[in-house]
Ligand binder design. Structure first.
Ligand SMILES: Cc1ncc(COP(=O)(O)O)c(C=O)c1O
Length: 456
């Protein structure tokens, strides 16, 4: 393109369009559906990021991640004397993200041997690792017990295995048990994890543990769900945990070291079924902290025996810190007349699109009238729908969009299906950019493969 100011550029042709005027299009909070084009993330130009690291590209804002951490720990510390956050590795176990949380003081919460090793490699001592999950192997339990990790037992078979491992090691490790409990009518119960409280199974597990004499009960754990939009559910759960702890003390003389309330707070994302945007619906950290500590106030222990309150918050700490830059690859008209757009990122890297309606924001001033648009990814699969219906103006091929919030569960659940996985960058609070995972290559993909001799 000529940059000579004397040359008059031909105006760009804009396809005329008619759009139906719909009464009541504003939402009931009277906010319009207008979007602000955004060309940077934390002050760094999207174009510069793409030029250096390609598209699609996940970008994590270290500042947002640290702000969220400080906000949550501040609200908890004002309400409970002893608090510890344990970063939920599965939410995003990129080393840079984990280390950013560890630098703020977070322990690690892991749900597999692989995550345990990752936390150890990130410099976390075993005693600062909370080991959860329904499958811990004999070897993993042995390593965890030897390092004095916080192991929360999930079921009776694991209890038996833990006793066996403890017996073989000749030690009597401290463990916790995961309680499965009903947290009120607003929280859908996950039946499969932990020992059921209301049926008496949890009490049986404790008696069994005491009878076995191989393990010491040191903590209680629960995790009532994920994206729990009603803080009251935490109040109910915390109240039940407190009552259970009181009973342990009263009837069995057990003093607990910790109460672990798990994770599950909502981020600012918007569920597909949600009418209003996340900012208007998701509770604040203050509301969650208030509900938990209110519930725990039923605990009847002397002040100097107050157990450590552990939280394993994942999504609400990292989701809002993650954005995906994507590029418009094609525009098309569907047989039913709807406008559609094909991006270079799909459900292969945005697993959460199945449940959340992510915001899609153009990076440059769009031309033309917004229309309901279906946003597809690049996969040759019908299910590859990033968003079924979003008002978007026409966006030229090659233009960028920002998709967010996508910091939680996408990088860890992304699949190398048809496409190679994109790079991930992090922006520091000072505005420095670092690539924290490079783009995947075909060599990465075939690294573990081999061809049997009769085919080679
Ligand atoms: C045991 C446990 N703790 C913590 C988390 C983190 O939950 P969230 O990301 O919803 O905060 C999970 C996720 O499901 C979990 O299973």
């Amino acid at each position: 393109m000529s940059r000579n100011p004397n040359v008059t550029l031909k105006p760009i042709y804009e396809r005329p369009s008619i759009s139906q005027h719909r009464a009541g299009f504003m939402n009931k909070m009277s906010a319009s559906s207008a979007y602000q084009p955004t060309d940077s993330i934390d002050g760094v130009l999207v174009e510069d990021l793409v030029e250096a690291h390609g598209s699609p590209l996940f970008v994590y804002s270290q500042r947002t991640l640290e702000d969220r951490y400080q906000e949550l720990s501040g609200h908890l510390a004002r309400r409970w004397p002893r608090v510890q956050l344990a970063w939920s590795y599965k939410t995003c176990y990129l080393d840079a993200v984990c280390k950013a949380f560890h630098a703020q003081g977070a322990w690690a919460e892991v749900v597999s041997g692989m995550e345990f090793q990752k936390a150890r490699r990130n410099g976390i001592p075993a005693r600062n690792i909370v080991f959860n999950g329904p499958r811990k192997t004999k070897e993993e339990l042995a390593e965890a017990f030897e390092g004095e990790a916080i192991v929360n037992i999930d079921h009776f078979d694991e209890l038996a295995l833990a006793e066996k491992v403890a017996g073989e090691l000749g030690i009597r490790p401290k463990v916790g048990i995961r309680l499965n409990l009903a947290a009120g009518s607003s929280v859908q119960r996950w039946g499969r994890f932990g020992f059921a409280l209301e049926t008496g199974q949890a009490w049986d597990a404790v008696r069994r543990m005491i009878g076995g004499g191989k393990l010491q009960l040191a903590g209680l754990h629960c995790h009532i769900g994920t994206f729990v939009l009603d803080p009251a559910g935490y109040g109910v759960a915390a109240g039940k945990i407190a009552e259970f702890a009181n009973r342990l003390r009263r009837e069995l003389g057990i003093k607990l070291d910790y109460l672990d309330m798990g994770g599950g707070f909502a981020s600012k994302a918007r569920l597909r079924s949600q009418y209003l945007p996340g900012e208007q619906v998701s509770p604040s950290f203050a509301q969650y902290a208030e509900a938990i500590t209110d519930g725990l106030s039923a605990l009847a222990v002397p002040h100097d025996e107050t157990p450590l309150l552990i939280l394993e918050t994942g999504r609400a700490l990292v989701d809002d810190a993650g954005t995906l830059i994507s590029t418009v690859f094609a525009n098309k008209r569907l047989p039913d007349g709807r406008r559609a757009m094909v991006l270079d990122a799909g459900v292969n890297v945005l697993f959460t699109s199945f449940w959340y309606r992510h915001d899609i924001t153009p990076c440059s001033e769009p031309r033309g009238v917004p229309e309901p648009t279906v946003v597809y990814g690049p996969l040759c699969m019908n299910i590859d729908v990033v968003c079924e219906n979003i008002m978007l103006p026409p966006l030229e091929v090659g233009s960028r969009v920002l998709i967010g919030p996508v910091g939680a569960y996408n990088v860890t659940q992304s699949m190398q299906f048809i496409q190679l996985r994109p790079a991930v960058a992090m922006i520091s609070p000072a505005g420095e950019v670092a690539e924290i995972r490079r783009i995947e290559t075909l060599d990465d993909l075939v690294m573990g493969e081999s061809v049997p001799s009769w085919l080679s």
